[in-house]
Design a protein around this ligand. Sequence first.
Ligand code: SAH
Length: 228
Amino acid sequence: MNTQDINKRIRLIMDLRAKGITDTAVLSAMERVPRDYFVPDAVRDQAWEDMALPIGRGQTISQPLVVASMTQALKLSDRDKVLEIGTGCGYQTAVLSKLCRRVYTIERHKFLLRHAEERYRALKTHNVTAIAGDGMKGWPTMHGVDQAPFDKIIVTAAARDKPPQALLDQLHIGGMMIIPVGESGNQMLKLYTKESDEAYAVRDLMAVRFVPLLPNIASNSEDGHEAA
Ligand code: SAH
């Protein structure tokens, strides 16, 4: 890494601190995960700016402040098993992986998932399990093995009116889920704490702009290899 790169990283971390991120473990994770490695060449110059960027297939990598706010709100411990819906380029997954025991992540675009998996391998991120699927249904039983319930769930695409029930069901009692809810242009980041099988405490965190949660795995035409 050259001095200019180090300076860009430090500037972003200072920017996040100034904007209210106080959890030093989160700031340190974001300083160490190379965001420039997760974005397409065309926008690599802006990788250390506090802005969302396009990652292909009409999807975006979230703004660093939003990644930091969501991660901080989950109060992660190194014992936590975390479910993420919406792998995208895999950046948020990589940040989570530095702060918890294991991340299970689901992406509906196989094309994006394949590239995210290559990045985990190259960065020696070994505590991530990634699959293509519809995350609204939660983590599937695989070979007779259930991973649910999870200590924390993070959804990085917006539910239209309420969180999918399958996700609330896969949360431990006492666990937390963070999810943007609302139509485009009117979304709120919400933090759910599961108090019992039926009761949840809900807190609004900030207004956000996410791509929508969509059902099913992306079709071949949607996930084709033409330019995004
Ligand atoms: N956390 C990502 C942000 C990705 S944008 C990052 O750091 O880059 C949201 C992602 O959610 C998109 O890649 C989109 O394809 C995916 N998505 C939308 N609906 C989904 C669903 N039902 N299941 C899994 N992934 C979904």
